[in-house]
Design a protein around this ligand. Structure first.
Ligand code: GDP
Ligand code: MG
Length: 260
């Protein structure tokens, strides 16, 4: 048994992803394309929030992405802020043909960080099919991405260019975080110097005990998380849920849950 095996085989990892950016940059289109495979040229302003789910397999793990679409417009600001809570990954999108949406990227990042702390984020430049009408220079886009320490992915939802890549990458980042957390937890449990100061059989029995403890903790955590997920999936319940601080949310991030 390897430490990495401690991510349970029968568990599904649920990740809440928020997509933010100015209005009309293609956020709703991106979610629709990724989850339902459809694209419509018609623009319907998103009111409040909406979310769709997508199941995928990343590095042999079953992952369930919950993609929260938010209205970019300021008039819905008070609603969208509530929806950032508990997000574990984020897409910040701007449009190739909208310079202001590019200028607002920093502000969106700050807003998400205020609510969610430091979570995996990706910068998406959408509408690459309209490059002939570009309002941003590729040099300044690269510079912004490196300045913010963000991975940049250029997409065209219309042409289905790199849309999958965005979400796959975020899922991979979150899996890495979970694996690291699981590993750190195991190392603390097993204890430093154990291998040299005790016999192999003592070590194995301690290891087994520690592994059993972890399974119990995980099972307990999974039950809690299942309740949290149910709460997240119920819009009314979400709004009625008590406010959790940034700090609490950060530590409740690993959301291993059994298939419902
Ligand atoms: P949101 O306000 O950010 O959710 O933006 P929408 O997803 O509603 O998209 C705004 C408009 O941009 C719609 O008319 C979409 O059809 C269009 N759109 C979205 N993505 C693309 C794209 O990659 N290329 C082009 N040409 N149009 C797009
Ligand atoms: Mg929208």
């Amino acid at each position: 048994m390897y430490i990495t095996d401690l991510l349970e085989e029968d568990a599904e990892i649920a990740i809440k992803v928020v997509i933010v950016g100015n209005g009309a940059v293609g956020k709703s289109s991106m979610i629709q394309k990724y989850c339902r495979g459809i694209f419509t040229a018609e623009y319907k302003k998103t009111i409040g929030v909406d979310f769709l789910e997508k199941r995928l397999s990343v590095q042999g793990e079953d992952v369930r992405l919950m993609l929260w679409d938010t209205a970019g417009q300021e008039e819905f600001d008070c609603i969208t802020r509530a929806y950032y809570r508990g997000a574990q990954a984020c897409v910040i999108a701007f449009s190739t043909t909208d310079r202001d949406s590019f200028y607002q990227v920093r502000r969106w990042k700050k807003k998400v960080e205020e609510e969610c702390g430091s979570i995996p984020m990706v910068l998406v430049q959408n509408k690459m099919d309209l490059l002939y009408n570009s309002q941003v220079d590729s040099f300044e886009v690269d510079r912004l991405a490196s300045c913010l320490g963000m991975r940049l992915i250029k997409t065209s939802v219309r042409e289905n260019l790199n849309v999958n890549k965005v979400f796959h990458w975020l899922a991979e980042c979150q899996l890495r975080i979970l694996a690291r957390q699981s590993q750190e937890y195991s190392l603390i449990q097993i204890g430093a110097g154990g291998l040299t100061s005790i016999s192999q059989s003592d070590f194995l029995s301690q290891y087994e005990r520690s592994w059993t403890d972890q399974q119990t903790t995980k099972r307990r955590r999974k039950h809690q998380t299942r309740d949290q997920i149910k709460q997240l999936c119920d819009t009314r319940a979400f709004f009625l849920a008590p406010y959790t601080t940034k700090h609490t949310v950060k530590h409740s991030a690993p959301t291993l849950c059994k298939r419902l």
